[in-house]
Every structure is written in C-alpha cells, then in structure tokens.
Design a binder for this molecule. Structure first.
Ligand SMILES: Cc1ncc(COP(=O)(O)O)c(C=O)c1O
Length: 442
C-alpha cells in the first residue's frame, strides 16, 4: 500500500474532479473499503453515511459480488453486445422478476444513469412518435447530452443550451411549497393542477414522456405527498404519455422495496437505473421496459446501442449483487433502517435548531439546515455561491470518521443497507457533534 504523502498533491495536480473548482482541493486518499467503512491510506476509517453517492447499497467488499467480478475477469473481459452472454440473460431475467410489472420487462443495459436517461428519452420519442418530455425542477438526471437538459437545477446550466423538447414543471416540496400550500393534501392537489396547466399550454398530444425521480435525490431527498405519484399516473394515462421513473438513486432497496415504484404502489411504463444494481462496484445502468412496450422492438430496430451495453464484467457483478440483495433480505431492510433514522435524526432535530426538516424514506434521508426555524431561511442559499459554512459541517464529520455529501443546505443521511445499528448510532453521534461545532461557529 502506497503511503506517499505526495499522492494528494499528485491527485490535485493531474485529476479533474467533477462539479467543483479545482484550486485547493484536498480529500482523503481512499485505499480500501470494509462493510460500511471507507479506509484511507493512513488507515483512518470513515463510516460511509452517503453510501458513496447513494450507490454502495451492499456496503464495501461484499464477498459474493467480489468473487463474481474476479471469476468473470478470469473467463473473459469483453465480448460484443450482439453476442449473447449468460450473466446478461440471467440478470435481465432477475430484473424482470423483481420489476413492478406483472407482465414482466426487458432491459436495455447502459454504462451509467445519465446514459440510461438519454436513451429512455429516445425510446419514448420512438415509441410514441411525440417529441416533448416533461421533467421537474429541483431534479438531477445526469450530465450527458440529453440527461443534462432533463436536469432541473444548476448542474444543467453549464450544459445549456443542451437538447431540445424538454419542458419543466414544479413538483411538490411541502417544506418550501412552490404553491403556497400549508398541508400535504393542498400541496399534492395544487402540484397536480399546476402540471395540468403546463400540459394544456404544451399540448399533451405532443408529450412523449414524463420523467421523474419518485423521491427527489441529490436535490434534497424530497418525498412526495400521498397521491402525487398516483396523480401523475392518472394524468399520463389520460393523455397517452409514458410515465418514466428515474430509479437511479431509489432503486435496489434504497426506499425499503426493490424499487420506489413498489414502495409507493405506482407503476411506471419504463424505469431507468444504475448505482445500486452493482452496488456501484462496476459501472452499469439501464432501462427496464415493460413487456407490452418492449415487444414493439421485435419488429422495429432498437434505436440505440453502446460498445458497453451489457458489458460482461458489469452484468456478472450486477447478477451477483441482485442475488445478494434477495438472499439477504436487503430490498426490505431499508424499512428497519428507516425506523433507526427517524428515531436518531428526530433526537438530533430536538437538540439542534439548525435542523429545519428531517425527511426521507427507507435508508434514504436528509437533514435540511436553516438559519431560523420560523422563517426557514436556508443556512446557505440554494443556488447561491457555494456550500459556505456547510464545509465546516462536512469537515467536522470527516474529522470524526464519517463521510457524506450534500447540496447547498442539505446533507444526505443514507447508509449502506448492510449497516449495523451500533455503527449508524456512532455516525449519528458524530453528526450531533458536528452540528454543535457548526452552531458555535456561526
Ligand atoms: C436520480 C439520478 N439520475 C441520474 C443520475 C446520473 O447517473 P450517473 O452519474 O450514473 O450518470 C444520478 C446521479 O447521481 C441520479 O441521482
């Protein structure tokens, strides 16, 4: 193991890190992982409270998944997507079995979530003969050509003008209601009414798809009021619009079910996924397409393809990961973790006026920090100049052996599905202490 003290400097000098200004960047040099912990080159351990980027659902170094990657590397590293592959077939079959569709589904594999969202838009246009796509503000769908245009926040701006035909709407966010609502029911009704107005002015017959994260992910872990996703389903049905769930973060047990579609009892027409499918050990994404739509392509050529579609290394890893989730009951484990997080974060909210709201579902939570609970003024402004004092919070967490990430005034609390309660409790104690230091520093 390299202990070179210069490696952080070498990293900063030669590697471009996503989304941030590069000057003065410093981070631990992570050498290995064990269960819920990242371990740096100096041997310091960090509880992975954000599961990587809400991706390492199985924790680090799951033995069966690691063994599957090694075994595949020994057999063959790559063969063309046009040649059949056992793990690819078996993984797609498993995905069909765990999908929300009784009729089953077929899967088109990609390398990442962004690519899956690019392709799902192309498929939706191809399937419906319509052009427009609706997405929500305060969403993230990736940073490639089309997906960056689908994205409804500042990470889109650098990619503009981007693609064409994307129309955005406001989705519910009860804590900071875009509709001046004071109850969940009002928020739901007004958000659906707003969407109907948007559609009226766009001509619903020109809309191919409505694509949405069933729980808003990196934009603050916002869960929707009861009835909202059901309302979207009804509106899409009325107008022949395809409902697409971006399950890149919510999929593979994060919400306490295989997919958020099942947790909330709303069935889309297509779903995109990535991250948790391999517990992020190897890049893999894809689109699950319900059988009645997928069979269109029995007669018509599929209008997309990639060198890495169903890459043998990725699908071997994905197959082992999906089996591990099933064998170890991990699709449901988020429900147990949800109880721990509600209790632990609830206590923190009682102790720290800085916490404006705790929200989430399954093992997918966030805390939103405010200057003042009554005015709800964000601790650092959304789309302001940067993380500001939130840097102190994350630095204090790291100093205490906990790593997570956030966006503006929101911090993610989303441990691996394999975490132990005692480990999580220790991490929440670090959150408690970091919040105290932050409060004193203000
Ligand atoms: C909801 C959602 N969709 C899409 C993406 C893009 O996925 P990827 O980074 O694998 O391209 C992300 C990434 O964080 C995401 O959170």
């Amino acid at each position: 193991m390299s202990q070179s003290p210069d490696i952080a400097e070498t990293h900063a000098k030669y590697v471009l890190t996503p989304w941030v200004a590069q000057g003065g960047l410093r981070a631990p040099v992570i050498d290995r992982g064990e269960g819920s912990f990242l371990i740096d080159e100096q041997g310091k351990r960090y509880f992975d409270l954000g599961s990587g980027l809400i991706a390492v659902n199985l924790g680090h170094g799951h033995p069966k998944v690691v063994a599957a990657i090694k075994a595949q590397a020994d057999k063959i590293g790559y063969s063309a997507p046009g040649l059949f592959n056992r793990a690819r077939a078996e993984l797609a079959e498993e995905l069909s079995k765990i999908s929300p569709w009784k009729e089953g589904c077929r899967t088109f594999f990609t390398t990442a979530g962004a690519e899956a969202n690019d392709d799902v838009v192309r498929l939706a246009r191809n399937l419906t003969g319509r052009m427009k796509v609706l997405t929500a503000y305060r969403s993230f769908h990736g940073s490639t050509g089309t997906s960056v245009t689908l994205t409804g926040e500042d990470r889109r701006w650098g990619g503009e003008p981007g693609g064409y035909g994307v129309v955005r709407f406001f989705a519910p966010y009860t804590y900071r209601s875009p509709f001046y609502a004071t109850t969940e029911k009002e928020e739901c009704d007004r958000a659906l009414d707003h969407l109907k107005r948007v559609l009226l002015h766009e001509d619903p017959k020109r809309v191919a798809a409505l694509l949405i994260e069933p729980v808003v992910g990196s934009n603050g872990v916002i869960t929707y009021p009861d009835g909202y996703l059901q309302g979207l389903r009804a509106i899409c049905d009325e107008h022949g619009i395809l409902l697409v769930f971006d399950e890149v973060m919510t999929g593979f047990g994060r919400t306490g079910a295989a997919f958020a579609a099942q947790r909330f009892g709303v069935t889309p027409d297509m779903m995109t996924f990535a991250k948790g499918v391999t517990s992020a050990y190897v890049p893999l994404g894809g689109i699950m397409i319900k059988e009645s739509l997928a069979k269109t392509y029995d007669e018509r050529a599929l209008p997309s393809g990639h060198t890495y579609s169903g890459h043998p290394m990725s699908v071997a890893c994905g197959l082992a990961a999906v089996r591990a989730y099933q064998e170890e009951g991990l699709f449901e484990r988020g429900r147990e973790i949800e109880g721990w997080l509600k209790e632990g974060l609830g206590k923190l909210a009682s102790a720290h006026p800085l916490i404006g709201e705790v929200r989430g579902v399954g093992a997918f939570f966030a805390i939103e920090l405010v200057k003042d609970r009554t005015s709800r003024e964000p601790l650092v402004p959304w789309h302001g100049p940067g993380p500001g004092v939130m840097k102190t919070f994350f630095a204090e967490l790291r100093a205490r052996g906990v790593f997570t990430f956030g966006k503006f005034n929101v911090a993610m609390i989303a441990p691996p599905l394999t975490c132990k309660k005692a480990e999580l409790d220790t991490a929440l104690t670090a959150v408690d202490e970091a919040l105290s230091v932050l409060t004193k520093s203000l």
